[in-house]
Design a protein around this ligand. Structure first.
Ligand code: N01
Length: 489
């Protein structure tokens, strides 16, 4: 790998590959994509747990420029999405740019001459521009439970599934009841001897509208791609309307009634219903969809423990009720490090401080993408870009357009380095915070990964369409720009 590049992209998931495809299309060829894993795919490579399925409709879960007429279900399983991404690598000729198994240990801005210096497992690299495409949900979080290191059996995270561990006949403890756990439980329940599901907070669960897409429908999308495009638009616009429910929690009433009747239809036992009934507003945490989770909980080999785990012992777990329950295997479906990602400790800006030091638990960026004090760094799916109602692909593509606009402006005006003006960034973040006040994420009565250390929502508090509009043009006047010097790279 050569050591000097115009652009280095860190991460080969949806956002990194999307950026690579669009750079190529813009005839920018001097770039590399660094990926620490041995394959592309990001979240859709890492999450191989049984039952892993996207909860965003398939037609909306692809790049707009690369529709896939061959999805076999209206909500795709992990394997199909991973295959789609790998097919994109070949279709767009990304292989020569990809460097797999290369981990970035550090990324430091060098004010003189004005470039990024990256320390990687394959040596040092220099780049004028870094596109951070590390993903928001890529660093598994294990709860810091006393005794967790002393568990005698296998213990693994949902995003690092141990396929070598035999679950047949085992007593399995599943910690967590988020999007991952509710997909895992129905898959492993039939094979394990006992399954204990540790629930700290019951989730809201809606009926799953998934269905297979038959041969004829797929053939239609192949011969008449406009039909799939129309379907994608219809789904996208219908979903945009849902954002109103997050902004005005009282609008969530019909959704809450639907979820309650789903629970009542699937769970006959009033004691179980009580344990499974959420005590916060719909949407405060991610809304889950499943037709199989509640029925799995009703099986005789399953125990719902409606308490947090407080301690792990070599052959058991202790929950908040003080009861010790034995286990042979522990599956931690305990989510990800969102507001304190390890990557934020490895990127150092103009003043030598890391992103984590700048953010202090409250990640901030201008338009979710650029950060004052971190010249020529573009974060895809950065702070304030998460969504609860539609596909993050819409956000990623808006951001990539914005980055391309910035690169064009740098070329046209011979700019060597640019970063958002601190006051512009501060005003942008203040505006978002005002807009997030009263949303269900901040007022819905729950704790979630949507909130940062200061209790502010890290999500985009609006429609994906408004995000697109905000990022449609690269607004050079919001930036401090410094001219190109021949030693910049
Ligand atoms: O993680 P989570 P996830 N004792 O953070 C619990 C995306 N995703 O991997 O709710 C007991 O949601 C914790 O309890 P509480 C999606 O964006 C999408 O499931 O904090 N429990 C919670 O139940 C999603 O939002 C898909 O009280 C403990 C769970 O662990 C995001 O990824 C599939 C505990 C963590 O839930 C993360 O989802 C999967 C303890 N000591 C993921 N500590 C789809 O597309 C923590 N918990 C379908």
């Amino acid at each position: 790998m050569s050591t000097d590049h115009r652009v280095v992209i860190i991460g080969a998931g949806f956002s990194g590959l999307g950026a690579a495809i669009r750079l190529k299309a813009a005839r920018i060829d001097d770039f590399v994509v660094l990926e620490r894993a041995d394959s592309v795919g990001g979240t859709w490579r890492a999450n191989t747990y049984p039952g892993c399925q996207c909860d965003v409709p398939s037609h909306l879960y692809s790049y707009s420029f690369a529709p896939n007429p061959n999805w076999t279900r209206t909500f795709s399983h992990q394997r199909e999405i991973w295959d789609y991404l790998r097919a994109c690598v070949e279709r767009y000729g990304l292989r020569p740019h990809l460097h797999l198994g290369v981990e970035v240990h550090g990324c430091v801005w060098q004010e003189e001459p004005g470039h990024w210096l990256l320390e990687t497992s394959a040596g040092a690299l220099r780049a004028s521009v870094v596109i951070g495409a590390m993903g928001a949900l890529s660093e598994p979080s294990l709860p810091p439970l006393p005794g967790i290191d002393r568990f005698a059996g296998p213990l693994f995270h949902s995003a690092a599934w141990r396929h070598d561990v035999e679950l047949r006949g085992a007593r399995v403890a599943l910690i967590g009841t988020g999007a991952s756990a509710i997909q895992i439980a129905p898959e492993i329940q039939p094979v394990v001897s006992e399954l204990a599901v540790y629930q700290r907070t019951p989730p809201w669960i809606l009926p799953h509208p998934d269905r297979p897409i038959g041969d004829r429908e797929r053939a239609l999308y192949r011969v008449a791609p406009l039909t799939q495009r129309a379907m994608r638009s219809a789904i996208a616009w219908a979903r945009e309307a849902l954002v109103l429910g997050f902004r005005h929690p009282w609008l969530g009433g019909p959704g809450e009634r639907l979820a309650r009747s789903h629970l009542e239809r699937q769970v006959a036992d009033p004691r179980m219903r009580e344990m499974l009934r959420p005590a916060y507003r719909l949407g405060c945490k991610r809304i889950l969809i499943s037709n199989r989770y509640y029925p799995a909980l009703m099986q005789p080999n399953v125990t719902l423990v409606p308490h947090a785990v407080t301690e792990v012992r070599p052959h058991s777990l202790v929950a908040e009720d003080g009861i010790e329950r034995p286990a042979d295997v522990i599956v931690a479906a305990t989510g990800f490090r969102v507001t304190d990602s390890p990557a934020s400790h490895r990127i150092r800006g103009r003043d030598g401080r890391t992103l984590a030091e700048h953010w202090n638990g409250s990640p901030q960026a201008y338009k979710g993408t650029t950060i004052a004090g971190f010249p020529n760094l573009f974060m895809l799916l950065g702070p304030h870009t998460g969504l609860g109602h539609t596909s993050v692909l819409l956000m990623i593509e808006s951001q990539i357009d914005y980055v391309l606009g910035a690169l064009r402006a740098m070329d046209e005006r011979r700019i060597g380095a640019l970063e958002p003006r601190p006051a512009v960034q501060a005003a942008f973040v203040a505006g978002l915070r005002r807009r997030a006040r009263g949303t269900v994420w901040e007022s819905g009565g729950c704790a979630s990964w949507y909130l940062d250390a200061g209790g502010h929502s890290v999500l985009w508090p609006d429609s994906a369409w408004r995000f697109r509009r905000a990022l449609r043009h690269f607004d050079l006047t919001s930036y401090l720009a410094r001219p190109y010097s021949s030693s910049s790279r």
